[in-house]
Write a new protein. Structure first.
Length: 153
């Protein structure tokens, strides 16, 4: 992969990740599924656990989704939760002409309906992803969220 091909691939992957964040936040299951590899693995184990206190704010999120079809089209909206994800800095490494891995700094805010134990959970951490180029398109192959801090109010 030459420098121009690497720049184009970097742009395609950053657009893919932005679409993932938008698809999750707008509950656009078709968009998210279009970004996922057919045989993807999305590991959300511990994704709402604060590493300092060990408190898991949303135990129901401790799932591993395998395969594109495992993605729920309505996201968290069926629970009355509104999510806002912000991807920040990223590190991207191409492991071949058709594979890459990335780390994305991120902040997410989950707004809960009234009457629960808390109204807002804010998380800080990283998405650790792998990508694969299938034909002419990059897709998300795997993801894992690691946390630095999770807070609730």
């Amino acid at each position: 992969m030459d420098r121009v091909e690497r720049l184009v691939a970097t742009d395609e992957i950053t657009q893919l990740k932005a679409g993932y964040f938008r698809g999750v936040d707008t509950c656009d299951g078709d968009l998210v599924q279009a970004i996922l590899a057919e045989d993807c693995e999305l590991n959300y184990l511990g994704c709402c656990t604060d590493p300092k206190t060990g408190r898991d704010f949303i135990p129901a999120m401790n799932v591993i989704l395998r395969g594109r079809s495992s993605w729920r089209s309505d996201g968290m909206s069926s629970l009355g939760i509104v999510s806002v994800h912000q991807g920040h800095n990223f590190e991207l490494e191409f492991t071949s002409d058709t594979t890459a891995k990335g780390i994305w700094s991120m902040t997410d805010r989950l707004y809960f309906p009234p009457g629960g134990a808390f109204s807002l959970v804010t998380g800080y951490g990283h998405y650790r992803d792998t990508y694969e180029k299938i034909g002419t398109s990059w897709v998300l192959k795997t993801t894992r969220i690691t946390r630095i801090r999770v807070e609730a109010a």
